[in-house]
Ligand binder design. Sequence first.
Ligand SMILES: Cc1cc2nc3c(=O)[nH]c(=O)nc-3n(C[C@H](O)[C@H](O)[C@H](O)COP(=O)(O)OP(=O)(O)OC[C@H]3O[C@@H](n4cnc5c(N)ncnc54)[C@H](O)[C@@H]3O)c2cc1C
Length: 404
Amino acid sequence: MDFAFDARTEELRARLLAFMDEHVLPAERTAHEQRAGLASPWDTPAVVEELKAEARRQGLWNLFLPDEEYGAGLTNLQYAPLAEITGRSPQLAPTALNCAAPDTGNMEVLAQFGNEAQKKQWLEPLLAGEIRSAFAMTEPDVASSDATNITTHIARDGDDYVINGRKWYISGAMNPLCQIFIVMGKTDPDGADLRRQQSMVLVPRDTPGLEVKRAMQVYGYEDHYHGGHAEVVFHDVRVPAGNLIGEEGGGFGIAQARLGPGRIHHCMRLIGMAERAIELMCQRAVSRTAFGKPLAQQGVVQEWIADARVAVEQLRLLVLKTAWLMDTVGNKGAHTEIQAIKIATPRTVVDILDKAVQLYGAGGVSQDFPLAELWAAARTLRLADGPDEVHQRSLARRELKRYL
Ligand SMILES: Cc1cc2nc3c(=O)[nH]c(=O)nc-3n(C[C@H](O)[C@H](O)[C@H](O)COP(=O)(O)OP(=O)(O)OC[C@H]3O[C@@H](n4cnc5c(N)ncnc54)[C@H](O)[C@@H]3O)c2cc1C
C-alpha cells in the first residue's frame, strides 16, 4: 500500500495550510469580537464574509464536491486530508471554504437529484456562498434515528404539496442567510413499503406557515457559527408540486445517499479537532509547573499525549481507507467502513478532548480556550447523523449474517 497523497492533494494541502495560518486562525479572535457587536447573534460577522471572498479568490472553494461541473472534482481520498485541516478551526474554516454542513449535503442532493429549475434557483446561490440551507428530518415527538417513524405529512393538493409537522435540531436554520429547507416527510403514510412512504421537498424560508420557533442548545452552547439548531414548525405550508426532489417515495433513498460523504467529512474534521487538542495539550504541558516540575514530566500526562497520538494515527488510516473504498467500490461497498468510522471517530476524539480539558484545569471548561466547545461539538456527533448504537446494530448484523 502507498499511503502518500497525490500531487494535487499535496499542492492543495500546502495552500490550505497557508490559508489557515495567514487568514483563518488569526480571524478567530476577530470573529469573536465582531460577534459581540452584532445586532442579532445569528448574523454573520463581517470577517467570515472576508474569509469566504479570500478563499474563493485562492481557489479553495467547494472542494467537497466531487462533481467537476459544480465543485473541485476531488475524490474522497483527495478531499479527506483537506477536511481534516479545516477541522482545526471548525467554526470558521468549513464556512470560509463553502464546505460546511449541512450545506454540503444539501448541495450534493441538489446536484445529484435536483431538476434543472431547482439547480438554477437553489444550487447556484449555494455554490456561490450567497445563501445557506437546512435539512429538516428529525422530529421531537418520535425516535427519529429510525426515519420510518417520521410523521411530518406532505399531502398532495392539486398542483401543490401541503406540509404539516414539527422538526427540531435543524442545523443552520437560525441564520437569516438560510433561505431554503430540504424537508423530509411522508407523502404516503399508509404505504406498505415503509421505506417508500417518505419524500423530500424544497421549502423556501419565507413560505407562509414556516415558523422558526426557537434555538435549541447543545450543552448550553447555541452554535452561532453554524447558524444554530432550530425547532421549526410547519403549519399548512404550501409549496408547488415542482418543489419535490426526485420522485414521490424517494426520500428515504436520498437521505441514505446524503449521509455517506457527510460522515466522512465529519470524521476528517474531527481528526483535525483532535490534532488541535494534542497541540494545545503539548503547549500547556510544557508551560505549566505543578508540584515542582512541568506538567509535561508527569507520567500520566505523557500517557495521555502518547495515547492520543496513537489513536489519531489509527483513526486517520481507517478514515482514509474508507475514503479510498468509497472512490473505488462506491458508498454501498464501503458501508461497513463508513459505519466503523462513524462509531470510532467521535467517541475517540471526545476522549482525547476530555484529556485535554483535564490538562487545562478550570481553563479547560472555560470560554478562554476552545476545548470545551470542541468537546461539546464532538460529543454531539455521537448522535447527529445517527446515534452510535444504530450504526453498531447494523454493522453487527452484517457481520453476523455470514454465520446465519
Ligand atoms: C447538534 C445536532 C445537530 C443536528 N442537526 C440535525 C439537522 O440538521 N437535521 C436533522 O434532521 N437532524 C439533526 N439532528 C438530529 C439527529 O440526527 C438525531 O438526534 C439523531 O438522528 C437521533 O434521533 P433522536 O434524537 O430522535 O434519537 P432517538 O431516535 O430517540 O434515539 C435515542 C437513543 O436511542 C438509542 N437507540 C436508537 N435506536 C437504537 C437501536 N437500533 N439500537 C440500540 N439503541 C438505539 C440510542 O442510544 C439513541 O441515542 C441534530 C442533532 C444534534 C445533536
